[in-house]
Write a protein that binds this ligand. Structure first.
Ligand SMILES: [Zn+2]
Length: 435
């Protein structure tokens, strides 16, 4: 059966889990009310005192926290621990202006390491594995988060970080890497570069890939598994909440990501109204941290769109599962009134014979009408075919996108390897309308 890093807590029966959540929520609320002026003011504004939190449902009475609140408190305004207790500082790059800063106490680092170790085991990794950690090391939480978790697990971690792909391929082969951690788009790039070097990455020792930091589709999983010859597992996290390891798929089901509910309280809300949606319904993920000391967050609006299920899982873990992210409520494109997530277009493209999962969406406005151009790479075989074949393929993709998403677009097939590769998060959208 399943292997657990912390069997007792990973399989805690629901009633015991909820009792623990309430106790931890109450202590977190008391902590932020006492230590963080922002929370004291926002709780006072709605007339709530920490002792009013008597059940998990009372969480809904508390106000949301947003990325803007974090920016306004830059850099340390939301910290609930004094600086002499903070042992680590990370930051996520904002799309505009100053980064979002987070601080960890020693206890926070220990919990993060454990949750990453649990995540590795859920993904099918274990002590004895050689973990090739190609997440970037630095202010970004990906590299160090995975690193500490791998050590906690007792695996051998290669802190290769991002970039220098040729060297990555050499080290992966020579060192016998068995687990790969990076962004999903980078894994495909690695496979492509390996093939160009004449290396058959499928026959390498890689067994498991743990991919996150950007949304990806089920269809892309198929591509990655076929191209790299491994089990591709989706991991979720964000620096504001902790970093990687907030939630992960188990290898038994690969169907929804267990969110570690003894440390995080998930809610799914309608992003317009702020009201909870029903189990299984899509909405924005809101997370309350219930054990963090450095920077606990109450009802943090992640802007990630997902749904949650509490159905039992084959792996035996009792923690609810969030669906793989289907986009962000703030990267959603609205094209002629139609809501479009890049991941939806991706899932159509990867099903089309002859095209590669490397694409760029160019949105523009001409004569007051939104236009969408989908640039997608074709493979070598197709590209050498006659123009007529290419035209037929373009029309076919345009029709599929129209049928599936209800949006009209122009598909432009481009030569293999012409769309810019990223060694971090892939840039999928160029929205020229804002210029
Ligand atoms: Zn499971």
């Amino acid at each position: 059966m399943a292997n657990y890093f912390n069997e007792e807590f990973e399989t805690l029966p629901r009633a015991a889990l909820e009792a623990l959540q309430l106790k931890r929520l109450q202590s977190t609320v008391a902590r932020v009310y006492a230590n963080v002026p922002f929370y004291k003011q926002s709780f006072d504004a709605v007339g709530i005192k920490p002792e009013d939190i008597k059940s998990l449902a009372d969480l809904q009475r508390l106000p949301f926290t947003t990325k803007q609140n974090m920016r306004d408190s830059y850099p340390y305004g939301l910290f609930a621990a004094s600086m002499d207790e903070i042992v680590r500082i990370h930051a996520s790059s904002g799309t505009t202006g100053k980064p979002t800063v987070v601080g960890y106490t020693q206890k926070d680092i220990e919990i993060w390491s454990e949750l990453m170790a649990r995540s590795f085991m859920a993904a099918g990794a274990h002590k004895g594995d050689i973990i090739h950690n190609a997440y970037g090391y630095g202010l970004f939480t990906g590299g160090l988060g995975a690193h500490y978790g791998a050590e906690k697990l007792g695996a051998s971690v290669i802190p290769i970080s991002g970039g220098n792909t040729k060297r990555q391929i050499m080290i992966m082969q020579d060192f016998g890497s068995t687990v790969l951690t990076c962004t999903p788009s980078y894994s495909l790039y690695l496979a492509e570069e390996a093939a160009a070097e004449g290396v058959d990455i499928k026959s390498s020792k890689l067994r498991v890939g743990i991919f996150g930091a950007e949304p990806w589709s089920e269809a892309m999983r198929g591509e990655i598994e076929a191209n790299l010859g491994l089990d591709a597992i989706d991991i979720y996290g964000l620096s504001e909440i902790m970093g990687p390891g907030v939630a992960i798929e188990c290898i038994e089901e690969k169907h929804g990501l267990h969110i570690w509910e003894d440390h995080f309280l998930p809610e799914i809300i309608n992003p317009e109204t702020g009201q909870l949606v029903a189990e299984g319904e899509k909405g924005e993920l809101v997370i309350t941290t219930i054990t963090k000391q450095g920077i606990p967050l109450i009802r943090y609006r992640t802007r990630d769109i997902t749904s949650i299920s509490y159905a039992p899982c084959a792996c035996g873990r009792s923690h609810g599962r969030i669906a793989r992210m289907s986009g962000r409520s703030d990267d959603m494109l609205i094209i002629r009134g139609v809501n479009v997530f890049p991941s939806q277009i991706e899932s159509i493209l990867v099903r089309v014979e002859g095209v590669e999962p490397h694409y760029l969406l160019i949105v523009d406005r001409k004569d007051n009408l939104d236009t969408l151009e989908v640039q997608v790479e074709v493979n070598e075989g197709i590209f050498s075919d006659e123009i007529k074949v290419l035209q037929t393929l373009s029309r076919q993709i345009e029709k599929e996108i129209k049928d599936m998403l209800g949006v009209t677009c122009t598909v432009k097939l481009v030569e293999p390897k012409t769309i810019q590769r990223s060694e971090g998060k892939a840039q999928r959208v160029k929205d020229n309308r804002k210029l």
